[in-house]
Design a protein around this ligand. Structure first.
Ligand code: GDP
Ligand code: ZN
Length: 362
């Protein structure tokens, strides 16, 4: 036996012994038991933390120096209680902007988060394809303020439909803001389109607020709609989102007039923050649903969104009729005889085109 063999077998012995010990440990604490043990410990600690010592607050931003929790007009720099961190979920982030939490405060406005309340809605990053690595950006956003404008940029109904679909997917309530109403008389066609949008939204029971940051029209209605809610502004660039935020919230965000060369990549930030409003609501400062994973369109999305078409599909020859080239087609007939507005069909066609293009890109 040479030296190498000797040490080799010794090492092997050690290894075997270690393995035996490990197995023994493992049998003592099986994975599920370990989980139970941690949970029991967690409950024990939780029961020792008196509820009256905890404060309820809201996570407004996540920074390298801690989780910032707003509570009673103060900001607390918090950490997560150790055991909360161990509760491994498949979500990478244990706490996100918008979470309601219970925390135990300590002097100097620091604190330890003890519990995170179940989330009503969640928004995740759009460019993360792997589901189990979902990257949350915000939680508990109630409503999307879908912002459009008349004349410049012009009102586009297909875009409105697309925002409505995405908002529904995220489980949030849509509110439509039509800005630049001071320009409505500049163009007959735009005025006509606006009136059709008013009707369409009335039929669907969706709140519409006509606005102008130039004349002040609608601003008080907008503030009222944001009271006590968590809102997220969304809409094409140039429609006046920053101007509206500044006008309603008394903030001073840069608008297109102040920033001439806005970089496109500037919107990829994940550092969302939640702004507490004087009126008792909240507003998230991200550019809106377009950057969350809700923007992709499927054929099913279209079928459920253009629900009024189903009244006429009985006369389509094929059950999966796309209402484009097929004959006979009940939807096309309804458009011809005026039972369905042409505007709805045009919006449908343009979104159907978007679906097939997205399909090709994948
Ligand atoms: P954002 O890209 O959606 O944030 O839009 P901005 O707030 O930067 O506004 C884009 C442009 O529209 C700016 O030049 C604003 O001054 C202008 N604007 C904003 N609101 C109104 C409005 O109600 N009427 C008119 N005529 N222009 C507006
Ligand atoms: Zn059809």
């Amino acid at each position: 036996m040479d030296e190498k063999d000797y040490f080799g077998s010794d090492r092997k012995l050690h290894r075997e012994e270690r393995k035996r010990k490990k197995d023994k440990d493992r049998s003592k604490y099986k994975k599920s038991d370990q989980k139970k043990y941690l949970k029991a410990l967690d409950q024990e600690i939780a029961s020792k933390t008196r509820k009256e010592d905890l404060k309820r607050g809201r996570v407004i931003s996540i920074q390298s120096e801690g989780i910032i929790v707003a509570c009673e007009g103060q900001n607390y720099r918090c950490t997560l209680r150790g055991l909360l961190k161990k509760e491994k979920t498949n979500q990478k982030n244990l706490s996100v902007v918008g979470d309601w939490v219970f925390f135990s405060p300590s002097p100097d406005f620091e604190g330890v988060i003890d519990q995170i309340e179940p989330r009503k809605t969640t928004l995740s990053r759009a460019d993360n394809l792997s589901r189990n690595k979902e990257q949350l950006i915000a939680a508990n956003i109630d409503q999307v303020l879908i912002t459009l404008s008349v004349y410049s940029p012009p009102l586009k109904i297909a875009l409105l439909d697309r925002y409505l679909i995405a908002t529904k997917k995220g489980g949030m309530t849509p509110i439509i803001l039509i800005n630049k109403m001071d320009l409505i008389n500049r163009d007959e066609e735009q005025k006509n389109l606006y009136l059709q949008v008013v009707n369409l939204l009335k039929e669907r029971n969706i709140l519409l607020i006509p606005l102008s940051t130039k004349t002040g029209e609608g601003l008080d209605r907008l503030i009222k709609a944001m009271q006590g809610k968590s809102s997220c502004f969304s809409g094409q660039s140039g429609v006046g989102k920053s101007s509206l935020i500044n006008a309603t919230l008394g903030l001073n965000l840069p608008t297109q007039e102040t920033v001439k060369n806005t970089k496109k990549g500037a919107h990829t930030t994940t550092n969302a923050t939640l702004i507490p409003l004087n009126c008792g609501g909240w507003c998230i400062d991200t550019p809106g649903i377009k950057s969350f994973g809700l923007w992709e369109l499927s054929k099913e999305d279209l079928v459920s969104h253009f629900i009024e078409f189903t009244l006429f599909t009985k006369r389509c020859k094929y059950p999966d009729c796309s209402h484009t080239h097929e004959e006979p087609c009940g939807v096309k007939d309804a458009i011809e005889n005026g039972a369905l507005p042409r505007l709805r069909y045009e919006s449908y066609l343009s979104l159907l085109e978007a679906v097939s293009q997205e399909h090709l890109r994948r």
